[in-house]
Structures are given as structure tokens and as C-alpha cells.
Design a protein. Structure first.
Length: 95
């Protein structure tokens, strides 16, 4: 049975273009990616929420996120799940 999710770490370099490109590459074969936000990349839980919002903004409307502790779970959907005008809305993920 194939693994449908991938584990990625977000470090002190933060969200750069290479990290977003890597995420998009993982979604070619996977439908869910778990991003562990390391201590070097965060100050508090609010910084994890900001990373989550930035990831959604850069990936597009076919993606949703869920924050569990210091982990961001990103899921890709076949159809648009978010409207373009709403940047902070999140839909629950079935894990």
C-alpha cells in the first residue's frame, strides 16, 4: 500500500521559493504533506499560523491546511476549496 503523505521540515531559512517548489513537487505523487516547523524557524505558535497562511497563499486555492501543535498538514484537493478573496479560511482535514 503506497504512502499518501510526505514529511517535510521547515527550518531557519523559512519559506523561500525553493521550499514552495519542493512542496509542489511532493504533491505530484502525494495528496498530503506534513510540515514540521523546527524551533529555529518559529518564535511561538502565531509564527506557525503565519507560515500556514503564507503557504496557502503561494500554493493556490486547491489546498487547505490544519495546524496540529507545531506541525502544518497541507492537503491537496481536486477542486478549488477556498475562494480567492478569503485568505484565512481553513477547512477541516480528515486525517
Amino acid at each position: 500500500m503506497p504512502v499518501l503523505q510526505r514529511q517535510v521540515q521547515l527550518g531557519k531559512k523559512g519559506l523561500n521559493e525553493n521550499f514552495i517548489r519542493t512542496l509542489k513537487h511532493h504533491f505530484d505523487t502525494r495528496e498530503m504533506v506534513r510540515i514540521s516547523v523546527l524551533k529555529s524557524a518559529r518564535k511561538n505558535r502565531e509564527s506557525v499560523k503565519k507560515y500556514s497562511d503564507e503557504i496557502l497563499e503561494k500554493l493556490g486555492n486547491h489546498y487547505t491546511t490544519k495546524i496540529i501543535g507545531f506541525t502544518i498538514v497541507v492537503k491537496k484537493w481536486r477542486r478549488e476549496m477556498r475562494q480567492k478573496t478569503l485568505t484565512t479560511s481553513r477547512l477541516p482535514l480528515n486525517l
